[in-house]
Design a protein. Structure first.
Ligand code: PRT
Ligand code: ZN
Length: 226
């Protein structure tokens, strides 16, 4: 267990947000001693520990107060917030900064051969997704009576496999959709990585003072890249 007086930051262990998040921490002067297998990495020059986990776990770790800060995609954050609200679990957090990386969109895509005339064409259909809460919120807002089918992987092959009629998945270049004979029809959420912290006022004074010193440095690094 790490010392609870040290600021704890959750980052994705290995995935699309890992390198950019670690580079940013380095760029703002936090020296880290990362050993690949370990869950925790200690900073050698600041009272900061990194918790390296799957991105899916980061919203809950922040909302449960296990870590103080976390770098997470807005898509995952919003989905977990809706899931936790539905289960009456704590779902509060504060967004400190929206980052300039991790950009993608959550879109509904349909097989090329489907006769798609607009979202009404999804009535009565099954849509495979890893983001059922975001998708069902979208259906509710649009008055569409479709079903979200939860799949944690291989979403793009679901229509071909006969598991669903359409999909709702993250898109960046669109190459994955194209390779699977799917056409993007509706963007339901636009996402970037964000730095979040525990609910307003949840950090003690020393930790909050440290966060207040780090955030302007993040702004400086992002401005220098523009
Ligand atoms: O192991 P762990 O659970 O930590 O990682 P993960 O596999 O769940 O997540 P990871 O590393 O793939 O993505 C982490 C975050 O990166 C996502 O939650 C998004 O916020 C962001 N991000 C940005 C993306 C993409 N772009 C992206 N293109 N996440 C996933 N994709 C996938 C998408 O699901 C699809 O399979 O890339 C494919 C589409 O890419 P294109 O370029 O072909 O359109
Ligand atoms: Zn994940």
């Amino acid at each position: 267990m790490s010392d609870s007086r040290r600021l704890r930051i959750a980052v994705q262990k290995s995935g699309r947000l890992s390198d950019d998040s670690l580079s940013l921490l380095k760029a703002i002067g936090i020296k880290l001693n990362i050993r690949d297998r370990l869950l925790i990495a200690h900073s050698t020059n600041q009272p900061i520990d990194l918790l390296r986990v799957r991105d899916d776990d980061i919203p809950g770790l922040v909302m449960d107060g296990v870590v103080d800060l976390g770098f997470i995609g807005e898509n995952e954050l919003e989905e977990k917030m809706l899931e936790r609200q539905a289960a009456s679990k704590p779902s509060e957090f504060e967004v400190l900064r929206r980052m300039d990386y991790g950009g993608c969109r959550l879109s509904i895509a349909v097989p090329q051969e489907m006769n798609y005339q607009g979202i009404e064409s999804l009535n009565g259909k099954k849509v495979a997704t890893t983001y059922p809460y975001l998708l069902e919120r979208f259906f509710a807002q649009k008055g569409i009576n479709a079903k979200a089918v939860m799949l944690t992987g291989s979403v793009e092959v679901a229509p071909r496999a006969g598991v669903a009629d359409a999909i709702c998945d993250l898109v960046s270049t669109g190459a994955t959709l194209e390779a699977n004979g799917l056409v993007e029809k509706e963007v339901i959420f636009r996402s970037k990585a964000v730095l979040i912290q525990r609910a307003d006022g949840a950090l003690d004074d020393d930790k909050q003072a440290l966060v207040n010193r780090l955030v302007p440095r993040i702004d400086g690094v992002m401005q220098a890249k523009e």
